[in-house]
Design a protein around this ligand. Structure first.
Ligand code: OGA
Ligand code: NI
Length: 336
């Protein structure tokens, strides 16, 4: 707990453990490039499907607008997220230690804090969301409106997530509800907090990674920070008010039998603004088997990946020395 960046960033210059090797530091962006923006409110469903499929294949990431989540729901969620991260370290610890099974917790940098070579400039509040009646009792009660507001927010995001997954399933040519049961029903929320950083040129909020999920719906706020790696170049993801950034996760690659890869991305810091973001992820349950969709496998298209449980995936993923980069290795020698 004493490690939370928000508890000490004001008093110090950038500690050495946050200084990344030169090749991993933020650098030049590919000028003038941006990720696609899909209007989910458009009438032509075939057109939406086509845009989502192309963006998924090309970038593994896109933004969505007119997604149906009211702006006041987003505003209220963002304000309780910010209020939570402004609590004292002691309050954060109390508010996240109600579940002995640890379905709710705070952490800093990555899950590998104790062993990682370098740290990242981020604190995170994580909790499970579904089924709500099982998990809400373990969510923070400070700020007082947290539970009420976040219950509404996550229910709305679940709908957006499944709608997008339905488009992706159709685009892939698998059953439209392929994701709507076990593969997406384990929903989690990760509220990231990146305090102002004394030297953004030397460190990152999060290193290059693929999300260990099926799909992630990110509220990135109005402060810049997210970048996606495509064709050996970094592209900045422009903040659009009330839009969500949809990121395909590492599991999508297995389920789609290599047709969709998921996006590699990172977060840069800045020196004067607090940045708070919220990643709502749709995941499989721990025991769910992850494997290439049967409809995509036949004699001429053999399964490229073996099946394994989500739990095994997470254990191996977290054990990987640097967040996300050992993914190819984990898939038994398949190039990443
Ligand atoms: C993440 C992530 C991006 C951001 O939570 O995995 O990549 O902008 N977040 O906070
Ligand atoms: Ni991510």
């Amino acid at each position: 707990m004493e490690h939370l960046v928000s508890s000490w960033y004001n008093d110090r210059s950038l500690p050495e453990s946050y200084i990344l090797p030169p090749e991993d530091r933020p650098g030049m962006l590919s000028p003038g490039k941006n990720i696609p923006v899909v209007d989910l409110g458009a009438h032509d469903q075939t057109d939406i499907l086509q845009q989502i499929l192309e963006a998924s294949q090309e970038f593994g990431m896109f933004q969505v607008i007119n997604h149906g989540v009211p702006s006041n729901v987003i505003d209220e969620a963002m304000s309780v997220f910010k209020e939570f991260h402004a609590l004292s370290a002691e309050d954060k610890a109390i508010e996240t230690s109600k579940d002995p099974n640890k379905s709710c917790y705070v952490y800093t940098s990555t899950h590998n804090y104790a062993t990682e070579k370098f740290h990242f400039w981020r604190d995170g509040l994580f909790h499970h969301c579904n089924p709500l009646e099982k998990y809400i009792q373990f969510w923070p009660e400070k700020p007082p409106k947290y539970r009420e507001v976040v219950a509404i927010y996550t229910a709305a995001l679940r709908k957006v997530g499944f709608r997008i997954l339905e488009f992706i399933a159709q685009g892939l040519g698998v059953n439209p509800d392929h994701f709507s049961s076990e593969l997406g029903e384990n929903q989690t929320l990760l509220v990231n907090h990146y305090p102002p950083c004394p030297d953004p040129s030397l460190t990152l909020g999060l290193g290059k990674h693929r999300d260990p999920v099926v799909i992630n719906i990110l509220l990135q706020s109005d402060v810049y920070g997210l970048e996606v790696f495509k064709d050996e170049e970094w592209i900045g993801v422009e903040p659009i008010p009330y839009a969500f950034v949809v990121t395909l996760g590492a599991l999508m690659r297995i389920i789609s039998n290599g047709k969709l890869k998921g996006a590699e991305h990172r977060v840069v810091t800045n020196s004067n603004l607090v940045r708070t973001t919220a990643s709502f992820a749709l995941n499989p349950f721990n025991e769910t088997l992850i494997e290439p969709a049967k409809a995509l496998v036949d004699a001429s298209n053999p399964a490229l990946y073996k099946s394994f449980s989500y739990k095994d995936f997470i254990i191996k993923y977290r054990a990987a020395a640097s967040y996300g980069t050992a993914f190819g290795e984990f898939l038994s020698g398949t190039p990443d």
